[in-house]
Design a protein around this ligand. Structure first.
Ligand SMILES: *Cc1c(COP(=O)(O)O)cnc(C)c1O
Length: 387
């Protein structure tokens, strides 16, 4: 069963991307900005009550930031370098949140000086730093959530605190002269179980009530994070279904009195807009009776495909040749044995696939350019083109 472009790209999108890439050196990423814009518009239409804060790390290209800016979107920023990038296109600090819970005091100050007034936190030490470096700012507390079993790229454990601690931090924030503004969570990236939002939203509601009843603190915002799906080999529900369910969960807990709702999409907006084009460098067998051919290509873990770690994200791979297929191992071009993309999960590629043929990696617009190494083995970072 070979991958078909029409299952992943609308209309002639793939043909346009392919044609554009024909004259380019591989490896390269080509991103269709119209697809990005359409997916952004779809998200906004699905969640008309929410504010969008784009998670820049998914793909920080200025071409995309401008599309977000045109629609009045906001930006979830994790470092001063991302902030500089957003400011450079004329966005003001009041449309930015500092969403990283791990930050230096001097960076908090830098954000504050540039007009950023919304900070994530999940620890007392960080909260005290914020109070010092960004006096009077609004803070939201990130809580731990379950869902790491059903997210293909979990973001739990490292970030967030238990609900009891979230209460303590909100109370402390007020004591320190900050504004306890809301609660955030991230159910894990590429979260396939929509129910993960249900339990997380219930926790948020519980915290809202406790703070109101026991401390007279009225939180104003719930940040539902990212985690919305892209199309990889493991299929998911569509965004519409995510939106309907999440809206229902919010109604169950908040009736019609929704707090301000923030979303921080990354992957779901940009992954499907991209195609990464690589070339087969070498095809070999390891021994005379080896069952599987090894296909080495000029993109690997260090060229931007880090999310193939533990084969977590399975990108659809398309080649032009057709005919009888065979299970293969796919590996990258560098001198590191960790640079194997897929070995346990066997991709099926045509037997007549040959060195020099191109491979088209679908849904690679997110978390590829940003993960690409600078010069491992001298290979330059992944080049990206926006059409
Ligand atoms: C990475 C990240 C996101 C984006 O998550 P996706 O699953 O790519 O949508 C959102 N919020 C925070 C805080 C993040 O770290």
């Amino acid at each position: 069963m070979q991958i078909q472009p029409k299952d992943y790209y609308e209309g002639d999108t793939f043909e346009r991307i392919k044609q554009y890439s024909d004259k380019l050196e591989t490896p390269c990423l080509v991103v269709d900005t119209a697809t990005f814009a359409r997916q952004l518009d779809e998200l906004i239409a699905c969640f008309p009550y929410a504010k969008t804060y784009y998670a820049i790390k998914a793909n920080p290209a200025v071409e995309l930031l401008k599309i977000l800016d045109e629609r009045g979107c906001n930006f979830d920023v994790a470092s001063r370098y991302e902030l500089d990038k957003v400011l450079s296109i004329g966005v003001t600090g009041d449309r930015v949140s500092y969403g990283n819970t791990i930050k230096k005091s001097k960076d908090i100050r830098y954000f504050h000086e540039n007009g950023v007034d919304l900070f994530a936190t999940d620890s007392e030490a960080d909260l005290r730093n914020i109070a010092q470096a960004a006096p009077g700012a609004r803070v939201f507390v990130r809580i731990l959530t379950e869902g790491s079993q059903t997210a293909d790229w979990p973001l739990s454990r490292k970030f967030g605190c238990q609900t009891d601690m979230a209460l303590d931090l909100c109370v402390l924030a007020r004591e320190l002269g900050l504004i306890p503004y809301g609660i955030s969570f991230h159910v894990g990236s590429q979260q396939r179980d929509i129910g993960a939002w249900d339990s997380a939203i219930a926790k948020v509601k519980w915290i809202f009530e406790r703070l109101q009843e026991e401390h007279g603190i009225q939180l104003k915002m719930a940040n539902l994070g990212g985690g919305f799906p892209a199309n990889y080999l493991s299929r998911t529900n569509d965004l519409q279904t995510y939106a309907e369910e999440i809206t229902r969960f919010l109604r169950e807990d908040f009736d019609d009195n929704f707090p301000e709702i923030i979303l921080e999409p990354g992957r779901s907006l940009v992954a499907n807009a991209g195609v990464l084009v690589s070339e087969v460098v070498l095809i070999s067998r390891k021994n005379r009776t080896g069952l599987h051919r090894w296909v080495y290509t000029d993109i690997g873990k260090f060229g931007g495909m880090i999310e193939t770690m533990d084969e977590a994200i399975k990108y659809p791979v398309y080649v032009e040749k057709t005919g009888e297929v065979e299970e293969v191992v796919i590996a990258g071009p560098t001198c590191d044995s960790a640079d194997i993309l897929y070995e346990n999960y066997k991709y099926e590629l045509p037997l007549n696939l040959a060195m020099g043929d191109r491979m088209y990696w679908f849904s690679t617009g997110a978390y590829t350019t940003t993960y690409s190494a600078i010069e491992f083995n001298g290979f330059p970072p992944l080049k990206a083109y926006f059409i």
